[in-house]
Design a protein around this ligand. Structure first.
Ligand code: ZN
Length: 242
């Protein structure tokens, strides 16, 4: 089976539409989401309405829980907290209930799906180094774990000898005896210097993972953020992809 993973949409409808259009071309058999449907961007209801019907599985992100009052804003930057409060005022009751209903982890086709940290999902810890990854890989048994949260795509690979390697290659071959913690590209707020929207394809038969990046109407998403009265920085960072 071939399936796709999206993550960190962040209420960016323009980016989501471009990704969904590209998925029409790729035709994966299923789509799953690693959370952060909302936060930062100006189209929270539109993004949930558009994405939810097509999802086979989804987990909650910290911005999803923050917008509905289930996560504290203490660790948020000023702009992120402003956007979370604004999102909370915008969400329809149905979408609010949906975000509240999302689990922190899901086992899907023999892999682990979690927004941030497999070991402590609700700590929302970042996995940025091989040392972080080593601890996280201890916390689950599956050969493959998928995370979002950092908006910085890449993969930590533990080989048969227990050594952790890091790669930012877009294409990864799944090797027997290795375990993988894969950071999926962000749809709606990339931070790796590439402003394009991203997602990941998992090809079980080919034993391969592939990041896909897609051009989208960045200007449209920026305008919507400005028109909503959200902090200017949240608009500008989309152009830089940072
Ligand atoms: Zn995020």
């Amino acid at each position: 089976m071939r399936w796709a993973i999206v993550s960190d949409i962040h209420a960016n409808l323009e980016a989501l539409e471009a990704v969904l259009a590209d998925l029409q071309r790729e035709r994966p058999e299923a789509l799953v989401c690693l959370g952060d449907f909302v936060g930062y961007g100006a189209s929270p209801n539109e993004c949930i309405a558009r994405l939810r019907p097509g999802l086979a599985a989804a987990v909650a992100g910290n911005h999803d829980f923050a917008a509905v009052g289930r996560a504290r804003l203490g660790s948020f930057s000023g702009d992120a907290a402003t956007a979370a409060r604004w999102t909370g005022t915008q969400l329809t009751p149905e979408h609010r209930d949906y975000l509240l209903s999302l689990p922190l982890t899901v086992r899907w086709r023999g892999t682990l799906l979690v927004h941030a940290s497999p070991a402590l999902p609700e700590s929302w810890a970042y996995v940025l180094s091989p040392l972080d990854a080593e601890e996280e890989l201890e916390a689950f048994d599956e050969a493959l774990g998928f995370i979002g949260h950092s908006h910085y795509p890449g993969a930590f690979i533990r080989d048969g000898a227990g050594v952790i390697h890091y790669t930012r290659e877009a294409a990864i071959a799944i090797q027997p005896g290795c375990r993988y913690l894969v950071n999926v590209p962000s749809v709606g707020q990339p931070r790796d210097g590439d402003a394009r929207a991203g997602y990941l394809i998992v090809d079980e038969e080919a034993r391969a993972l592939r990041q896909v990046r897609v051009l989208y109407d960045v200007g449209g998403a920026m305008r919507r953020i400005r028109d909503a009265g959200l902090p200017r920085f949240l608009s500008e960072r989309l152009m830089a992809g940072e």
